[in-house]
Design a protein around this ligand. Structure first.
Ligand SMILES: [Zn+2]
Ligand SMILES: [Zn+2]
Length: 417
């Protein structure tokens, strides 16, 4: 019969890569709770409308990249392309805002986007997300950035740059947007790329993060948002930077770091690695004070970030993980010893050891070959003689030394390294 293959862009993770993922998750679960974050697991699928409102219908994600299906009643549902919208929905729907002034969540899991697969970018990819809802104060911004940098640092990542910017607020950004629009309108329009020509009218800030070199060059002297912000936004951003300085967290201000949607406000950031080329961004976040309201909830400020786990895995590739080695292998030399071997393996597991039994009974030579392959530290051998005597032979696979002990004492032998 013909083989069935995995869907393009959907990967299997065997132990080598799943252990890397496990290590990232364990690090997240160690660091985030110290900052008051608790895990929230939301569904992988939500009504499509949630993502249209939460991500924006003008974005590539919503227009081109979502996996949508219809249920039998014709309702459109979508595999989540990102985590934040689902977290907001859960927060609003469960009335969490009425119980807590501050809520901090982290989520870990798969997301789905129909993009062109390439190195470090999969259609099913994995993210670690953190969201803090409630505080509008700059300490919340600085805290979540420090937490993220601590997390990335604990993973052992180096050569990372934190880029940061402020996007202003509802009272100062419209004026900046107009200033920028008028400045862009005075340029030679034929030199802008078609996307930028369109964005200039719909969302001039997005022109600043256009990757086309001629656009970058043409807009190099564009007005800078930080110089056009209201005093409150300025004070907020200054406080965030002051806290980062105090904590010794290095950063670069990037005036071109913008986000396309109105609910993003003030602090925004990205962590870039210079080791993975054009796919350099490993984490990104920002304040989204208008999002909860946009999704039908109360006016609660929020801030959060996301890390792409496949990107992090690329940076961690080749890194030595501690060796995983079973403690024991129970060899079966005769079918009559099967019950004893099964019982012995179980008793060793109950005592905290890891290992397996050789299911098939084999000759001594064949069984020792299997034991060697298993890479276990000890092989325990039960043949008809040992069965009759109620003993087991314990062989130290490192030294080759072996001895026969009463079956009940086998566990004690494994603790001797
Ligand atoms: Zn402002
Ligand atoms: Zn452009």
């Amino acid at each position: 019969m013909a083989q069935i293959q995995a869907i393009k862009g959907f990967a299997d993770h065997f132990q080598d890569s799943s252990r890397l993922f496990e290590m990232m998750e364990a690090t997240a679960r160690e660091v985030f709770p110290r900052y008051g974050f608790g895990e929230l697991r939301t569904p992988l699928m939500e009504y499509t409308d949630l993502f249209c409102r939460g991500i924006g219908t003008e974005t590539d994600v919503v227009q081109k990249e979502m996996y949508c299906i219809q249920d039998s009643k014709g309702r459109s549902m979508t595999l989540r392309p990102e985590a934040t919208a689902g977290v907001m929905r859960a927060y609003i729907e469960n009335g969490v805002h009425a119980r807590e002034a501050v809520s901090k969540f982290f989520t870990i899991g798969p997301m789905f986007r129909h993009e062109r697969p390439q190195k470090g970018r999969m259609r099913q990819f994995h993210q670690i997300n953190c969201e803090c809802l409630g505080p509008k104060e700059p300490e919340a911004d600085a805290e979540i950035i420090c937490m993220m940098m601590e997390f990335l640092g604990k993973l052992g990542l180096k050569n990372l740059t934190l880029q940061i910017n402020s996007l202003g607020c509802a009272s100062c950004r419209p004026q900046y947007r107009k200033t920028l629009h008028d400045w862009l309108a005075a340029l030679d329009q034929d030199k802008l790329c078609p996307d930028c020509k369109r964005r200039m009218e719909t969302n001039p800030l997005r022109v600043l993060d256009c990757k086309v070199p001629t656009c970058k060059e043409l807009t190099a002297a564009a007005p800078v948002i930080l110089e056009n912000e209201c005093p409150d936004c300025k004070a907020h951003f200054d406080a965030v930077l002051r806290h980062l300085d105090a904590e010794g967290v290095p950063y670069q201000i990037n005036h071109r770091l913008v986000r396309g949607l109105d609910y993003y406000t003030r602090t925004t950031w990205e962590v870039v690695s210079n080791e993975i080329g054009s796919q350099g961004s490993v984490a990104g976040g920002g304040r989204y004070d208008g999002l909860v309201e946009q999704l039908g909830g109360p006016a609660v400020p929020g801030i959060g970030f996301a890390c792409g786990m496949e990107r992090l895995a690329l940076l961690l590739e080749g890194r030595e993980l501690p060796e995983v080695r079973p403690d024991f292998y129970v060899a079966v030399l005769d079918d009559t010893c099967r019950d004893a071997a099964f019982g012995l393996a179980q008793s060793l597991r109950r005592a905290g050891f890891a290992g397996t039994m050789g299911y098939e009974s084999r000759s001594m030579k064949a069984t020792m070959r299997q034991a060697g392959k298993s890479n276990a530290r000890f092989t325990l051998i039960i043949g008809t003689n040992e069965l009759a005597a109620g003993t087991v032979i314990v062989k130290n696979m490192e030294s080759g030394e072996q001895r026969e002990v009463p079956a009940g004492e086998a566990a004690g032998c494994l603790t001797i390294a």
